[in-house]
Ligand binder design. Structure first.
Ligand code: UDX
Length: 462
C-alpha cells in the first residue's frame, strides 16, 4: 500500500474551482478525496473568494493573480455577464500558472514530493480554463458541481435553441421538453430577457469546451438518484463520466473546511431546545436574491404558519439592499417571532440539516443544498430562483417526490399554507417517508466511481 501510495503521489492533480461558495465547496471536497487516495493536489485559485490554505495543510495552493473587472466582483452583478467576464479574465493567468507547474517538473526532475502534473480538474463552468489546459497538452476533467440532469440540459441547448424552446417564451412555459422529461420549458435554465444572448453564449461555450477539450467528466451526484440521466450523458459523450457524489459524504471533509463565511453556531444550541422535526430551516444559499416585497411576504408567511423556524438572512439577500449588513426585518416582525424563530446571517447548514429538530428545508434548490437535504432525509419546500435551481426543484417535487413548491408568487397566505403542508400535513409525512428512503440510498452510495477516477488519473502518463 505504501508503495502504491508513493507511486500515486508522483501523480499531481491540479484543481481550479469557480470562485463561488456552491462551486468551491465540492471542488475542495474532491481535493480532500483525491489526496486521501494518495494523489498530490494543487489548487489553483483566484484571489476573489480565495479558499483559506490554513484549513487544508495537506494541499498546495497557488493564486493565479487574475485582474477581475467590476462586473465580476460587484455584488448583484448579472450572472451570465459575470461568468463570461470571469472566464475571460482568468484564461491567461490560469494558463500561465498551469504552465509554471508543468515547468517545475522539468526543474525538479523526479522529485517525488512535488509529483508531476498528471491532469487538471477544472470547474465545468470555467470553459476558458478547460480549453487552456487542453491546449497545454494536460488531460482535463470537467467537474460538474450541478446535477446530471442540469448538465444534460446544457448539452441539449443547441438543439433546444434550434427547436425554439430557448430563449423561453411565455406561451410555452408548461410544455414538456422532449427527451428531457419531466422538465417543462419553465424548468430549464431561465434564458430570457436582455441577458438571453449572453447566457446562451455562455452555455454553448461550457458545452463546447467539454465536447472539444475535456478528457473526462466528474459529476457530484450518485447513481441512486440520477442513474438514467448519467446513462444518457455517457451515451452522448464519448468520454468517461464519473459520478462521485455525494461528495460531502464520501470525502468526509468537515463543513467548516470549505465555507467561505463564518457560521453562527449558536443556532445549534437553540435547535437543541426544540422537539424533533418541529423546526423549518429556511435558506436561499449563497447568491440568490429576493425582492423587498417577497422578503416581507416570506417573513409574514413564516409568522402566519405558526411553525418554529431557523432563517438564514444573509447580507445581500434582498436585491438592491445593503451588501455588508443583513436586510432589516419588517417592522414588528422581531416581536412576533421572539419565542418561535431564530435568524442568523449564515448557518452551519450541514449540521443544521442533520439536527433532529429539523422538520423540513425551505430552499432555493442550489445543488449542494439539495444534495445535503437528500442525504439527511429532510423534505423540502422549493423556491428556485435562477440557473440550475429550477431543474433541481422539478426533480425534488416530481421525480423523487420529496418536496413541494412554495408557489410562483411569494405571498404570506400561500407561504403559510405551503409551510403547514410540508411540516404537519399528510402529504408532508409521505414526503418525509420518501426522503428517508433517499437518505438510505445516499448513505449506500459507494466509492466505486471514485476508485475508477483514481485508477483513471493514476494511469495517465506524467
Ligand atoms: C450556486 C447556485 O445558486 C446553485 O444553483 C448551483 O447549483 C451552485 O452554485 P449556492 O447558491 O451557493 O450555489 O447554493 P448551493 O449549491 O446550495 O450551495 C450553498 C452551500 O453553502 C451549501 O453547501 C450550504 O451547506 C452552504 N451554506 C448555505 C451554509 O453553510 N450556510 C448557510 O447559511 C447557507
Amino acid at each position: 500500500m505504501a508503495g502504491q501510495e508513493q507511486r500515486r503521489r508522483r501523480h499531481r492533480v491540479v484543481l481550479f474551482p469557480l470562485p463561488f461558495q456552491g462551486h468551491v465547496t465540492p471542488m475542495l471536497q474532491l481535493a480532500a478525496l483525491l489526496h486521501s487516495r494518495g494523489l498530490a493536489v494543487t489548487v489553483l485559485h483566484t484571489a476573489f473568494n480565495a479558499p483559506d490554505p490554513a484549513r487544508h495543510p495537506e494541499l498546495a495552493f497557488v493564486p493565479i493573480r487574475e485582474a477581475l473587472p467590476d462586473e465580476v466582483t460587484c455584488p448583484g452583478a448579472d450572472i451570465a455577464r459575470q461568468l463570461l467576464a470571469l472566464n475571460t479574465a482568468c484564461e491567461a493567468p490560469f494558463r500561465d500558472a498551469l504552465a509554471s507547474l508543468l515547468l517545475l517538473r522539468g526543474r525538479r526532475g523526479q522529485d517525488q514530493d512535488q509529483g508531476a502534473v498528471a491532469c487538471a480538474v477544472v470547474d465545468g463552468q470555467c470553459y476558458a480554463a478547460v480549453d487552456a489546459a487542453a491546449q497545454l497538452g494536460v488531460p482535463v476533467v470537467a467537474l460538474r458541481t450541478d446535477s446530471a440532469a442540469t448538465f444534460r440540459t446544457m448539452l441539449a441547448f443547441p438543439r433546444l435553441r434550434d427547436a425554439g424552446y430557448v430563449p423561453i417564451k411565455e406561451e410555452m412555459l408548461d410544455e414538456l421538453v422532449p427527451d428531457l422529461e419531466p422538465l417543462r420549458v419553465r424548468d430549464l435554465i431561465r434564458v430570457d430577457g436582455s441577458d438571453a444572448d449572453a447566457l446562451c453564449g455562455f452555455i454553448a461555450r461550457v458545452a463546447g469546451a467539454v465536447r472539444s477539450s475535456a478528457s473526462g467528466v466528474v459529476v457530484n451526484t450518485f447513481e441512486g438518484i440520477e442513474a438514467p440521466e448519467l446513462a444518457k450523458i455517457r451515451r452522448e459523450l464519448s468520454l468517461p463520466v464519473f459520478a462521485v457524489g455525494p461528495l460531502h459524504l464520501l470525502s468526509r471533509a468537515p463543513a467548516e473546511q470549505t465555507t467561505l463565511r463564518a457560521p453562527d453556531g449558536g443556532c445549534l444550541a437553540w435547535l437543541d431546545t426544540r422537539p424533533p422535526r418541529s423546526v423549518l430551516y429556511v435558506s436561499l444559499g449563497s447568491v440568490a436574491t429576493v425582492g423587498h416585497a417577497a422578503f416581507e411576504e416570506m417573513a409574514w408567511g413564516l409568522a402566519g404558519s405558526g411553525v418554529p423556524f431557523l432563517w438564514v438572512v444573509r447580507p445581500g439577500l434582498v436585491a438592491g439592499g445593503e451588501e455588508e449588513a443583513p436586510p432589516p426585518l419588517p417592522d414588528g416582525f422581531s416581536e412576533e417571532i421572539k419565542n418561535r424563530g431564530k435568524i442568523v446571517t449564515w448557518a452551519p447548514q450541514r449540521e443544521v440539516l442533520a439536527h433532529a429538530a429539523i422538520g423540513a428545508f425551505w430552499t432555493h434548490c442550489g445543488w449542494n443544498s439539495t444534495l445535503e437535504s437528500v442525504c439527511e432525509g429532510v423534505p423540502m419546500l422549493v423556491q428556485p430562483c435562477f440557473a440550475d435551481q429550477t431543474v433541481n426543484a422539478r426533480y425534488v417535487t416530481h421525480v423523487w417526490g420529496v418536496g413541494t413548491e412554495v408557489g410562483e408568487v411569494i405571498e404570506r397566505g400561500i407561504v403559510a399554507e405551503a409551510v403547514a403542508k410540508v411540516m404537519v400535513g399528510e402529504e408532508g409525512a409521505r414526503m418525509r417517508e420518501r426522503a428517508h428512503r433517499l437518505k438510505m440510498e445516499a448513505s449506500a452510495a459507494t466509492s466505486l466511481s471514485i476508485d475508477s477516477l483514481i485508477h483513471y488519473i493514476s494511469s495517465l502518463p506524467t
